[in-house]
Design a protein around this ligand. Structure first.
Ligand code: 21W
Length: 256
C-alpha cells in the first residue's frame, strides 16, 4: 500500500477533494492511504502561530520552521521509506513520467503544502528531498499541487483503475495525444461521425485512430511531436489516410 501524508494548514481542502472518484475508491480498496497533518497542531504558543515576518523585510509572512519540521517528523513515523516533497513554484516540473515512476517505487510520500510567502529555507535544505511545481502559473498554496500529484500517481497504481479505463490507454503513454471520440447520435447538428468508425473493420479503425493521434499531436502539441520518434512524413501520411475518411469532418482540421 502506498501511503500519502499531506502537511497542510487547510486539511479540509485535501479531504474534501478525495471523498469521491478514483482516489476514494483506491483508498477504500486499501491500495493507497491518505493522512493529513495540520502544522497548527504542532504549535506551542497560545495563539497557535504558524507564520512570522520575513528577516530582511518584505511582503507576506513566512511559515515558521518548527511546526512544519515537527509535522514532517510525525508524518515520517511508521513509514519505511518516506520521500519528502515540498510543493512550490520553484520546484521541478511535474509530468506523467514522474507520476509513473513514483507509483512504481515503494516510497511513501510526505507532501508539504506551503502558504503565504513560503517556507523557511532551512526546512527545505534540511528536510525536503525534492521541490515540485505543477506548472507555470501562480497558485495560492500547495494544496492543489498535492491533489494533482496524488491523483496522477494513484491512477498509475495497478488495480486502482478498472480495466475499462486502463491508464495504459491514456494520453502520454506513447507520448502522443489521444484522438477524437464519438458516440450516438450518428448525426449531430449536421455533423456526421466518421464512417470508418461505424463499419466494424477493427484493423482499419486502429489505423485511423493512430492517424488521428499523430495529427492531433502535430497540430496541438508540436513540442510532444518533436520529442516523439515521428517524422513530418508520418504526419503527411496520417493526414492522407484520414482525409479519405472525412469529407464533412474537415471541421476537425481548422485551427482550434
Ligand atoms: C505562490 C508560494 C507564489 C510562493 C513574498 C510575498 C505549489 C505552486 C505552489 C505560492 C509564491 C505549485 C510572495 C505551480 C504554484 C504554491 C503558492 C511566491 C509569493 N513572496 N505549482 N509573497 N504554481 N504556490 N512568493 O504556485 O504553493 S506547487
Amino acid at each position: 500500500m502506498k501511503q500519502f501524508h499531506i502537511i497542510s494548514l487547510f486539511p479540509e481542502m485535501i479531504q474534501n477533494f478525495f471523498q469521491e472518484g478514483v482516489v476514494a475508491r483506491a483508498s477504500k480498496k486499501e491500495l493507497i492511504s491518505l493522512e493529513v497533518t495540520n502544522p497548527r497542531d504542532f504549535t506551542h504558543d497560545i495563539h497557535n502561530t504558524v507564520d512570522d515576518k520575513p528577516f530582511g523585510g518584505g511582503d507576506g509572512m513566512v511559515l515558521k520552521p518548527e511546526p512544519i519540521t515537527e509535522s514532517i517528523t510525525s508524518a515520517k513515523q511508521g513509514k519505511a521509506n518516506p520521500y519528502v516533497i515540498y510543493l512550490s513554484p520553484q520546484g521541478n516540473l511535474w509530468n506523467d513520467q514522474r507520476a509513473k515512476s513514483l507509483a512504481k517505487d515503494n516510497r511513501d510520500l510526505v507532501l508539504i503544502c506551503g502558504r503565504y510567502a513560503g517556507l523557511d529555507q532551512r526546512v527545505i535544505d534540511a528536510h525536503v528531498d525534492e521541490e515540485i511545481s505543477i506548472g507555470d502559473y501562480v497558485l495560492s498554496g500547495g494544496e492543489l499541487g498535492a491533489c494533482v500529484l496524488i491523483d496522477s500517481i494513484a491512477r498509475q497504481i495497478p488495480g486502482v483503475l478498472g480495466h475499462n479505463s486502463s491508464a495504459e490507454e491514456d494520453s502520454f503513454k506513447d507520448g502522443l495525444l489521444e484522438g477524437p471520440q464519438y458516440t450516438r447520435p450518428k448525426e449531430f447538428e449536421g455533423q456526421l461521425v466518421p464512417e470508418v468508425l461505424l463499419n466494424g473493420d477493427h484493423k482499419k479503425i486502429a489505423e485511423i485512430r493512430r492517424a488521428f493521434k499523430i495529427i492531433f499531436t502535430y497540430r496541438k502539441r508540436p513540442d510532444l511531436f518533436k520529442a516523439s520518434d515521428l517524422t513530418k512524413e508520418d504526419y503527411e501520411h496520417a493526414l492522407a489516410q484520414v482525409r479519405t475518411h472525412l469529407g464533412v469532418h474537415s471541421a476537425l482540421f481548422t485551427d482550434k
